[in-house]
Design a protein around this ligand. Structure first.
Ligand code: HPA
Length: 247
């Protein structure tokens, strides 16, 4: 059974993936961000999906999260590793660090965030209120941690991911508030993706790469896209070596 990899900013393609075929799919929710790419990566069957589209043209608030998750489910994927670039909010989550978060706070709004809408619940069990106490799948998380250990890549085990609406970055005060509320990381795509995965019965965890200090932290200077890209290039190489060592 293939592992679904949702690649975010910095990972619109999985270098080293031997592609078997590209699948254009449609779902009851429309088209996913990109064709599904089925292949093998260092011996693992993988189905790769570029969250922001192949050319990174879809901003976080316009990603069709429902179509993406549904497409993976339709393809028979059961486990999903969602790779995401994030900002670091608390001290340990410095640029270039990797983290496997264990909690989420959702600050997004106006996104289609459930499959339980009239006419669309076909194929889902009628348990409208999914349990989301622990939003990430424990088994996929421990897989990632084990693979990181084997790849000798340092990752932080845990952390709370705050999902913001974007596409703008946050204000310094918003980040201070998020820190007070318990967030360690900030990103724009973690929700509703994680909740939809749970609704769809997919086992899902995040592999987060810290691209920058969140607004108002670090040197306090404006966030530079060049610097962010640099950190991401470094971090995504580490992500690839983790994926290569999945059990
Ligand atoms: N804020 C929100 N999303 C992000 C950031 C950030 O600072 N960095 C990368 N994704």
């Amino acid at each position: 059974m293939s592992v679904g990899i949702i690649g975010g900013t910095g990972l619109t393609a999985l270098d080293g993936l031997e592609i078997n075929h590209r699948e254009e799919v449609d779902t009851p929710f429309g088209e996913p961000s990109a064709p599904l790419i089925h292949g093998t990566f260092r011996g693992h069957d993988v189905t790769f999906l570029a969250r922001h589209g192949h050319d990174h043209t879809i901003p976080p608030h316009q990603v069709n999260y429902r179509a993406n998750i549904w497409a993976l489910r339709q393809a028979g994927v059961e486990r999903v590793i969602a790779v995401a670039a994030v900002g670091g909010v608390t001290d340990a989550y410095a640029p270039r660090r990797l983290a496997i978060p264990d909690q989420i706070i959702d600050y997004t709004h106006g996104r289609a965030s459930t499959f339980y809408e009239q006419g669309y619940e076909q194929g889902l069990d009628h348990v409208t209120h999914i349990d989301f106490t622990y939003p990430y799948d424990a088994e996929v998380r421990s897989w990632l941690l084990q693979a990181a250990h084997e790849a000798q890549v340092a990752v932080i085990d845990g952390g709370t991911y705050g999902a913001t609406q974007g596409p703008r970055l946050e204000t310094a005060a918003e980040i201070r508030r998020m820190a007070q509320e318990g967030c360690d990381l900030v990103g724009m795509t973690g929700m509703p993706e994680a909740a939809l995965a749970r609704e769809a019965g997919l086992r899902y965890a995040h592999c987060a790469v810290v691209a920058n200090w969140a607004a108002g932290l670090g040197s306090g200077e404006e966030l530079s896209m060049d610097e962010i890209r640099d950190h991401l290039t470094y971090g995504m190489e580490a992500v690839r070596s983790i994926i290569a060592r999945l059990p």
